[in-house]
Design a binder for this molecule. Sequence first.
Ligand code: NI
Length: 642
Amino acid sequence: MTLAQERPTITAIAHPLEPLTPEEIAAAVAILRQEKSLGATTRFATVTLNEPAKEIVLGFRAGDAIVREAFAIILDNATAQTYEAVVSLTQGKVTAWKHIPDVQPPIMLDEFSECEAAVKACPAFLDAIAKRGITDPSLVMVDPWSAGHYGLADEAGVRLSRALCWVRANPTDNGYARPIEGVIPVVDLNKMEVVRVEDHGVVPLPPQSANYTPEYVKNYRQDLKPLEILQPDGPSFTVKGHEVCWQKWKLRVGFTPREGLVIHTVTYNDQGEERPILYRASLAEMTVPYGDPLPHHYRKNAFDVGEYGIGTLANSLTLGCDCLGSIHYFDAFMTNSRGEVAQIENAVCLHEEDFGILWKHMDWRTEATEVRRSRRLVISSISTVGNYEYGFYWYFYQDGNIQYEVKLTGMISTAAVAPGEVPKYGTLVAPQLYAPAHQHIFNVRLDMCVDGLHNSVYEVDIEPEDDELNPYGNAFYAKSTLLGTELEAQRLVDPMKARSWKIVNPNETNAMGYPTAYKLIPGENTLPLARPSSSIIKRATYMTKHLWVTPYSPDEKFPAGDYPNQSAGGEGLPQWTLADRSVENTDLVVWHTFAHSHVPRAEDWPVMPVAYIGFMLKPMNFFDENPSNDVPPAASKHSCCN
Ligand code: NI
């Protein structure tokens, strides 16, 4: 993240969902500072667009007046108190100010480096690393892991990081090869001082380096020939502000410090009619629980959205490396913790990809062959959370499919063992170095609007027919069951029944009389492996169901609650759904949880090749026929169709 040096000139805001401009962010901070007399101990955890009410967005017509508001979360380090504010940029004043007791805002990016500096200045820490033969603290890496909640009296109300440390052999060395096992500095982030250094006993540093950068990799393979993506006439999409039109799709790109990439108001133009599908979609939470019970590791279970802000950790993407082809980049603007405008240049990449064949048929009698190439629109961003990278990809296809994919890569979280020891809860990837098993559990919030705001959700299982109706034993059918209330709609995947969930508009039908629908097709999934009694299951209960459905409520945004950092749990989905509200033929939100269980492999070291996980949203009798029937044959001069 860099501080915005030159601020672009104010352009007229063309839509209520346009993200805050740098000028608007600066204005919101200035108004807050002045009206609330905020001093040097204030940190701005978030300054982002206060999204207008749904009816305002949906009723908006070009040229309508737009009211602009910022939402801010403010932490006062001096008093350890948290406040939420709404600033009207239109009126130039604070319109809401609320004290939020007993919460911890996410760990901010500035706190990462300040925490590292505090640890390296702590004599007890220097003593602990000296016991392990480390004399140069400048080579030590301190990752400020969230502390979680374990009911300890001396941790209550203290803003904590339970930092984990590694050491490099030299300034460009991959430090994750040498964990400083057993040493855990616990840091009060409000005072920015070490409150204790836990030492669980000396484990020798692993002996081997493990590097992956060009200065270390000397034996690159030699047989790669160039592969160029050429789009001589440019891309097929158009971008106006943050509105994207691509073939029949229209949507808006958003970005928040907490969720990163957000997709708004997705429609598909079906023979001239713009049909709504999704009002808003984002990664609403993710949690990475580790399965190693050792003192160094049992509290590792980061909430990368709610405890850190996956948007604040987004990378600046580079052409030819992160994405290929004709790219449109969107910058992201936010603040650093001191309220200065911060810019992530090229935070979001928009481009098209060839995706193999879309459809094909050969008439075997005449050998007449029709085949179409599939083109997909890709909207993506990549975040670095300490050791790990996550790429977040939304794909839109010509046949009406929408796909969400997370790409997991980067550095596995490592630990050291004594020579000769084989750990049970992880995999040795180098001598005396192992990576504990863990899960990456994601929850995507899908504010659906299939052909309008009134939707219902059905579970679809493929079932064999009952014996009395099944004389030949071959019969099976898709059985749809209405999930009418919040408790009925807490569901798990069942691959043996090819289980999917159908978001239906019961008031609209296609040509055959079926209600129009989009189907959520789950991908790889498991349940969390932590025991129900564990701290992490109480704090991230959303992980225990793969499907949740709630009636839309503007305040219900985050499945583990607004402030999961050091929370005791119980908030968010488990709390809201106790009311068991109706979710039938109403404005509803679908929450989909999916889990990647990662038992590390030798091949994940020293840098992990991408692992993929996600889900599909597919039209299900939404159209009257294959909507991609009108895709023309490939026009490329290299195409055999010409
Ligand atoms: Ni992993």
